[in-house]
Design a protein around this ligand. Structure first.
Ligand code: FAD
Length: 311
């Protein structure tokens, strides 16, 4: 068995594994897709100390660091079920698709999250070519331009407020008849001079020209009329879904959104099981946050291992 098993090979999981391996614990990473969301990320400009990098390049560097630290990497392994230890200090078992099982004294869950997609024509085609999901990451790329934010919940309205300060013009598009964001956010958005708000509006297509987003088609859900807006960017803000479906019946506490509930030290409600990154209740889903939380969870696992005797 491992002393530390990390599930997930994104920034959080890799940071965790480096810390425990450097403490001398036998550490393994099992990941469905090593690199996680980095594989889908083009430019990264907000990682302190690295003025510019690209997701796949950073993922490659993380892989090199995993190998250099003697961490066992089991890639293309999808965890399907967690069976926590029956007694304090005992072994946790993780069962994988295809039938394998790994056992470990401590477990760090870092399975990340995925942005919910619109699922309309043009969205996948123009991803990273005008279609974006992270305002903190990609907002500055649209300086002075016309963009749309899709989604009128808190994240959509917060994104629209944030982006309206950077871009030329924002159209906020909400499917429902009214925005669902907190009233104070709605009031703030309405007070901004360069924002239009469309409600009861269904986005039906992302339009492109010369390989980049050039507009968006939407349908007025009351009149049924189809319309087009010319713009250069579309921020999709209809939800970030944690990859935790496989943990549902494990006894691990999840939030109503399915996020793994952690305390300030990355501990879950199950002794010996820790979690970090986008899969958890820790707010602000960013690389630097995921890495920091991963190292915190690892140090908590270290603390657990040195204080707990195997039964
Ligand atoms: P993830 O990166 O999601 O990694 C999760 C890992 O868990 C993956 O290896 C995955 O395969 C694995 N996994 C999931 N389920 C299972 C399972 N059942 N069994 C085994 N393994 C599993 N952040 C920034 O700071 N700056 C940026 O510029 C930036 N740009 C972004 C651009 C895009 C297009 C996207 C999508 C995100 C961007 N982000 C950016 C956000 C950033 O990528 C995430 O916050 C970060 O990757 C979270 O790290 P994580 O390790 O928690 O999860």
């Amino acid at each position: 068995p491992f002393e530390v098993l990390v599930i997930g090979g994104g920034p959080a999981g890799v940071a965790a594994s480096i810390y425990t391996a450097r403490k001398g614990f036998t550490t393994g990473i099992a990941a469905e897709r090593f690199g996680g969301q980095l594989n889908d990320t083009l430019g990264i400009e907000n990682l302190p100390g690295t003025a510019y990098t690209e997701g796949p390049k950073l993922a490659g560097e993380l892989k090199g660091q995993v190998e250099a630290n003697g961490i066992e990497l089991i890639n293309l392994a999808a965890a399907e079920r967690l069976e926590p230890a029956r007694q304090a200090g005992g072994l946790h078992s993780v069962h994988f698709a295809g039938g394998g099982t790994l056992k470990t004294r401590s477990l760090i869950l870092a399975t990340g999250a995925r942005w919910r997609n619109l699922g309309v024509p043009g969205e996948a085609e123009y991803r990273n070519k005008g279609v974006a999901y992270c305002p903190h990451c990609d907002g500055p790329l649209f300086k002075g331009k016309r963009i749309a934010v899709i989604g009128g919940g808190n994240s959509g309205v917060e994104a629209a407020i944030d982006l309206a300060k950077i871009v030329g013009h924002v159209t906020l598009i909400e499917f429902d008849a009214r925005l669902r964001a907190d009233a104070v956010l709605q009031a703030k958005l309405q007070s901004m001079g360069n924002v239009d708000i469309l409600t009861g509006a269904q986005t039906t297509e992302v339009l492109g020209e010369n390989g980049r987003v050039s507009g968006l088609k939407w349908k007025d859900r009351t009149s049924g009329e189809e319309r087009e807006i010319a713009l250069e960017g579309v921020f999709v803000q209809i939800g970030l879904v944690p990859n935790t479906e496989w943990l549902k019946d494990s006894g691990l506490e999840l939030s109503p959104h399915g996020e793994i509930v952690t305390d300030g030290e990355g501990r879950t409600n199950v002794p010996g099981v820790f979690a970090a990154g986008d899969a958890t209740t820790v707010p602000y889903k960013q690389i630097v946050v995921a890495m920091g939380e991963g190292s915190k969870a690892a140090l908590s696992a270290f603390d657990y291992l040195i204080r707990t005797e195997a039964p």
